[in-house]
Design a protein around this ligand. Sequence first.
Ligand code: 5GP
Ligand code: ZN
Length: 115
Amino acid sequence: MSSECLFCRIVAGELPSTAVHETETTFAFRDLHPQAPTHILIVPRAHYTDAVDLAKNEPALLGDLTLAAGAVAEAEGLAESGYRLVFNTGADAGQTVFHVHLHLLGGAQLGHFGT
Ligand code: 5GP
Ligand code: ZN
């Protein structure tokens, strides 16, 4: 846990968030600036910089994040209609918080990603 890291502080309850799902290893909360009708961030409780850092050091946690995303999608009523899961990785992708987070976006027909 880093006192400098925004998402470590959210996981620790030091900063407020709207939590939607919690497990022993993961924490999911609503994005402050939603980019879709449903926009939820799923993070590991432990601090890793990005998806590759996580995969190198704790690969099972990637599975935990994906399973948590599936549970969130089910709870949000998105399991049938579908949803997008995204890891922004590094500056060109627009990663702004360097505690790995899986974006779950849904609730509308999403444009194809790219530019
Ligand atoms: P990134 O651009 O790093 O992939 O995504 C960071 C996400 O975190 C953005 O979608 C942004 O809206 C969200 N975010 C930034 N600060 C906060 C915060 O304090 N609380 C919540 N719930 N979301 C945040
Ligand atoms: Zn962190």
